[in-house]
Design a protein around this ligand. Structure first.
Ligand code: ATP
Length: 302
């Protein structure tokens, strides 16, 4: 029994750490179909998942409260609206609850009170397959399968043609890199194959999401610094994938979100300020201070 228990326990802890870091939610669901606490409601409804089936979706958080553990409330009454096709960024200090918002949207956990609405449906009334088909996540860290790079992209929509895979790779600015590999799309990657850099992996994740074509996009911006050229390529790829979609960006570098429709500034589980970049700067509050600090850091780095 111990022999059986140990690996399960090990898997359990991997599961917990993945779940905490929002590493690669979509993969995780495929790898471990284990979610005792979240189930489909009787009569759960379906909604169109892909942008070619329906326009971008409308998202509302209504007075959302959430705790991982009863003794500590992480979100304390969060309300915001992302109209269809808009881009909203969430910023704030570490531990403020930014990633928690994206985990709740993907229904990794259920809210303690309040509700999250997608196209007017409480997400608890949707089938998980429909919700997770409609929401695409580009995580900070992408897990690659020990398979070909082509398969790793195709995973976004199994059954996609080679032409579609290459088109997605082009839009994600990774096609030329792939063509420079000895075996092109048939090159094996992952733990037992070619190791990709953080920037390359992120572009694979973007290509995968372009193929998946979800109506809602969640971008979890990498905290790690990338070189300027890689950063620019990734930003341009992200722009492509965000086009026409309802997009939620968990941002670490404020310079990447100056043109979003609304910025939500989180502090201790609440939204403490909200507005456009320009309005928030004019307000001279928390955001303006964060902006000044980052500008100083960037100036010092160059
Ligand atoms: P960062 O910028 O560092 O990613 P964040 O704003 O995204 O931070 P969250 O990951 O949402 O912060 O975490 C908010 C709080 O919830 C933190 O204090 C964290 O310790 C806590 N927390 C996160 N996951 C769990 C968990 N599974 N169990 C208990 N507490 C958790």
């Amino acid at each position: 029994l111990m022999q059986l228990y140990m690996p399960l326990n090990f898997l359990g802890s991997v599961y917990t750490s993945l779940r905490n870091s929002l590493v690669d939610l979509e993969h995780m669901f495929a790898l471990m179909d284990e979610q005792a606490d979240i189930t489909d409601a009787p009569g759960a409804v379906s909604i169109p998942a892909r942008l070619d089936q329906a326009p971008a979706a409308d998202i509302r958080f209504e007075n959302v409260h959430f705790s991982y553990r009863p003794d500590r409330e992480i979100l304390r009454g969060v309300s915001f609206h992302v109209p269809a096709g808009h881009r909203v960024a969430i910023v704030g200090p570490t531990g403020a609850g930014k990633s928690t918002i994206s985990r709740l949207l993907f229904r990794f956990y259920d809210v303690t009170s309040g509700r999250i609405m997608l196209d007017g449906h409480d997400i608890r009334t949707l089938s998980q397959a429909a919700l997770r088909g409609a929401v695409g996540v580009v995580p900070q860290d992408t897990i690659l399968f020990n398979d070909t790079i082509g398969y790793n992209i195709a995973y976004g929509r199994l059954g996609a043609s080679q032409a579609e895979i290459e088109q997605a790779a082009r839009l994600a600015c990774i096609h030329d890199f792939i063509m420079s590999l000895p075996e092109g799309y048939a090159t094996r990657v992952g733990e037992r194959g070619l190791k990709l850099s953080g920037g390359e992996k992120q572009r694979v994740a973007i290509a995968r999401t372009i193929l998946k074509n979800p109506r809602v996009l969640v971008l979890d911006e990498a905290t790690s610094a990338l070189d300027t050229r890689t950063e620019q390529e990734i930003q341009s790829a992200l722009h492509t994938v965000a086009a026409n979609r309802t997009t939620l960006i968990i941002a670490h570098r404020l310079s990447t979100i100056v043109d979003v429709d609304e910025i939500l500034v989180m502090g201790q589980g609440r939204i403490v300020e909200r507005g456009t970049h320009r309005a928030l700067l004019a307000r001279g509050g928390v955001y303006a201070e964060m902006w000044a600090v980052q500008a100083e850091e960037e100036a010092a780095a160059t």
